[in-house]
Design a protein around this ligand. Structure first.
Ligand SMILES: [Cu+2]
Length: 113
């Protein structure tokens, strides 16, 4: 009898842990247009400022951003939009052309330099 209760409790606890952790997601974003360290910090700052984002790491060599966020607060589309708003492509979301035009020369695509 006791073990049934124990099993029941551990199932409930496991359920809580799962529902809690499923809210936190880690996604990889393709950042095809980043060129240098300045781009890296521009993107990291823009994403880190978003509510619900707990971690962001940009890998310049592979042009990938790894973002950890709470899915109940923010979604990937909003993160992509924030990156586009500072002048960079994120997955299939294109950079805001006006902001891109104002980026430093070193942050532009090779064909625009
Ligand atoms: Cu740059």
């Amino acid at each position: 009898m006791k073990s049934i209760i124990k099993t029941g409790i551990s199932v409930i606890v496991a359920g809580l842990l799962i529902s809690c952790s499923s809210d936190t997601k880690t996604a990889e974003l393709k950042l095809a247009s980043i060129q240098c360290g300045m781009c890296t910090s521009n993107v990291e700052t823009a994403v880190a400022d978003l509510e619900g984002v707990s971690k962001v790491e940009v890998d310049l060599d592979n042009k990938i951003g790894k973002v950890t966020y709470k899915a109940s607060i923010i979604d990937l589309a909003a993160i992509e939009k924030a990156i586009a708003a500072v002048g960079y492509d994120a997955n299939n979301t294109k950079a805001d052309p006006e902001v891109y035009a104002d980026l430093a020369m070193c942050c532009k695509l090779p064909e625009d330099q």
